[in-house]
Design a binder for this molecule. Structure first.
Ligand code: UD1
Length: 343
């Protein structure tokens, strides 16, 4: 396993950058590619400080076959973790073609390049979004729950899983791991890397973090009349470093065996919006002013994982609790109030 090289696409993004560190710490070599469409080159400086080595990086777009060919020829990766994708639900409904081109076109291009270079192991960033709006009776969500796409972003994740399943059926040398992320939050404990959304954050914890640091006046809580304990939406928040370790476990599984897998990566616990607000306020020592607002279209009342398959098959489970998620997020946010570019 030592010194096997892993290619990360979308490598300077939030989840990929944390996975990069976890892989280096586990003894893998890593080569990253990104086009910086939604990330900052400053991530590479931070990774160098944290790992004590210069990150191996090539600027490339996953839609550019020639550029990917050059990366594969130079680095000969044993496996790929395909993170590169657009991920904003609302934006996907206004720019569907861009989402299909980048998320589906990029995946196909990456797989075709892998095949040309004899590489047939891929970990794919999927999402709990493939469960659509789950029924309360489906909770906790097992991997065999009903799947549906309720927006173009979700459709690209569902289609990505389908493409890899069909590829594995047609060409048995392919082994793939589709990892269905629940709600990744938090940051590396150093506070040097973390989530740095452009513009107004779509997701809850980055928004709360910006309220705590004073960049935004108040949080809007999207609905307090759901059928949940306090009426606000319930989600399975997972520390990004636990998620990163899940990728390391999935790569070991693919490289040591001949099996594919589709697995949830969550904690198996749900917290409400107000639980998270309270925990963040305690971790930061700052008030988090909020106002109850109408429900957000397309939101489920509650969504949390049955995470037992990943435990059984990958030997992985999440270790960090909500307090730690908030503490690490706050360290990152308070050390980098304007994110990577202006810190
Ligand atoms: C969202 C995406 C989902 C994606 C996931 C990635 C939508 C509709 N869904 O899921 O496809 O896979 O992110 O992490 O965007 N909330 C507020 N105020 C805010 C923001 C959020 O009250 O300003 C609430 C939401 O209503 C929800 C909870 O916080 O109950 C979590 O929201 P969010 O972080 O956006 O995640 P998801 O909706 O689970």
């Amino acid at each position: 396993m030592r010194n096997q090289k892993i290619l990360l696409t979308g490598a300077t993004g939030y989840i990929a950058s944390h996975t990069w560190l976890a892989l280096l710490e586990s003894g893998f070599d890593v080569v990253g590619v990104d086009n910086f469409a939604n990330s900052s080159p400053e991530v590479l400086n931070r990774l160098q400080r944290l790992s004590g080595q210069a990150p191996v990086f090539e600027k490339a777009d996953v839609g550019d076959a020639a550029a990917l060919d050059a990366v594969f020829a130079a680095h000969k990766p044993a496996a790929v973790v395909h993170f590169a994708a657009f991920k904003a639900v609302g934006e996907s409904t206004t720019m569907p073609l861009a989402y299909y081109r980048n998320n589906i076109g990029g995946l196909i291009n990456t797989c075709e390049t892998m095949r040309r270079h004899g590489c047939s192991r891929m970990v794919f960033s999927s999402s709990a979004t493939v469960y659509g709006a789950p029924a309360p009776t489906d909770l906790p969500l097992r991997e065999d729950a009903a799947l549906s796409a309720v927006n173009p972003y979700g459709a690209t994740k569902l289609m990505g899983e389908t493409i890899l399943r069909d590829l594995g059926a047609a060409e048995p040398d392919w082994q793939t791991a589709c990892l269905r992320y629940f709600n990744p939050v938090g940051a590396h404990e150093s506070g040097l890397i973390g989530e740095d959304p452009r513009g107004i954050p779509n997701n809850l914890m980055p928004y709360v973090a910006q309220v705590a640091v004073g960049r935004r006046a108040e949080l809007q809580v999207f609905g307090d009349d759901y059928d949940t304990p306090d009426g606000t939406g319930v989600r399975d928040y997972i520390h990004v470093m636990d998620l990163a370790e899940g990728h390391v476990a999935a790569l070991r599984f693919l490289l040591n065996g001949r099996e594919s897998i589709t697995a949830n990566l969550g904690t198996g616990r749900g917290y409400s919006v107000l639980d998270l607000v309270r925990a963040y306020s305690a971790a930061s020592g700052r008030p988090i002013p909020y106002r109850i607002a109408p429900r957000r279209t397309g939101d489920a009342a509650a969504c949390w994982a049955d995470a037992s398959l990943a435990n059984e098959k990958l030997g992985w489970s999440a270790r960090h609790d909500l307090v730690r998620m908030c503490e690490d997020s706050w360290r990152w946010q308070s050390m980098n109030p304007q994110g990577f570019e202006k810190s």
